[in-house]
Design a binder for this molecule. Structure first.
Ligand SMILES: C[S@@+](CC[C@H](N)C(=O)[O-])C[C@H]1O[C@@H](n2cnc3c(N)ncnc32)[C@H](O)[C@@H]1O
Length: 281
């Protein structure tokens, strides 16, 4: 069994190598989470010496660094995750967007794109034509972003998402937004509707080190903050708040809240269960 200080040193070493090689900073992620994930990487590479061996070998092999990044940036997501949030967005938030010429939205920590697709579908079904919105969907993980740009969602994931889509107030069939097209990597595949995907820009943005890059009417940053420690929480909340126009709406994940934000008092709660907040005017 490793002494805590020894384990901590090994973890620090791995994170420093990742930062130096790829510029990805995981130093302010929750430590127990980081340790669990690094142990898994070591196991996958059959390193009997665990995280200590990983620390010794991480500098030799850039693929090992990429594996650490993948393992730390968990990309679990699905279409219309937390349908209650989407339902409240439809009923309590989007009607007010009707008067805007262009609605700008940011999905921060967008993973493989399902959340941005869900948002685009919800916006058109709320009466906004695709020309009237633009979604910036960002993530730290390049592989996830590449998949998101491709627009492919496996048919079983579309069928599984249909229940949540309908529960969110969906008015069609989810599969309608994923027509079978020949553009996929394996031939005929369901790809996300082109008219909607054209309104989404997928780009790399690291919430741990990059700054705010625009101002938005709506920001969804869901199931990302849970991995961060208090310091990084505060940093990310600062960026999110700065990036909201007055009256702009912030959506967080079901286990997250505005409490870690220095601006909590400048955010009105639209619906606590849905974790939707509005920046005061
Ligand atoms: C669990 S997924 C959440 C996906 C989606 N928001 C949802 O709720 O379904 C977390 C995502 O956050 C991304 N992420 C982790 N750290 C990040 C960072 N520092 N900057 C930007 N994205 C990050 C991960 O790569 C991953 O895709």
């Amino acid at each position: 069994m490793l002494e805590p200080a020894e384990l901590d040193g090994a973890v620090d070493h791995v994170l420093a190598a990742v930062l130096a090689t790829r510029g990805a900073d995981f130093n302010n992620y929750q430590r127990p989470f980081v340790i669990r994930r690094l142990r898994r990487v070591a196991d996958r590479h059959r390193m009997n010496g665990g995280v200590t061996e990983l620390a010794a070998r991480v500098g030799e092999n850039p693929l090992l660094v990429d594996d650490v990044i993948d393992s730390l940036s968990l990309g679990f997501t699905h279409l219309f995750r937390d349908p209650g949030m989407w339902a409240t967005l439809r009923s309590d938030v989007l009607p007010a967007f009707d008067s805007r010429t262009l609605v700008r939205a940011w999905v921060a920590g967008a993973a493989t794109g399902e959340e941005a697709y869900s948002l685009a579908i919800t916006l058109v079904e709320s009466g906004l034509s695709p020309q009237r919105f633009r979604i910036y969907a960002t993530d730290i993980n390049e592989q996830s972003l590449a998949q998101a740009r491709a627009g492919f969602v496996a048919p079983d994931r579309i069928s599984a998402g249909n229940h949540d889509y309908l529960a969110s107030g969906g008015t069609a069939a989810l599969a309608d937004y994923f027509p079978i097209s020949g553009g996929g990597s394996t031939g005929e595949e369901p790809l996300f509707d082109r008219k909607l995907s054209e309104r989404i820009v997928f780009a790399r943005h690291n919430l741990a080190s990059d700054a705010s890059f625009n101002s938005f009417d709506l920001i969804l940053c869901r199931n990302v903050l849970i991995y961060f420690n208090a310091e990084l929480h505060a940093r990310v909340h600062e960026i999110l708040f700065e990036s909201l126009v007055p009256g702009g709406v912030l959506g967080l994940g079901s286990r997250e809240s505005s409490r870690g934000s220095a601006h909590a008092r400048q955010l009105d709660t639209i619906d606590q269960r849905s974790r939707l907040y509005r920046r005061k005017w």
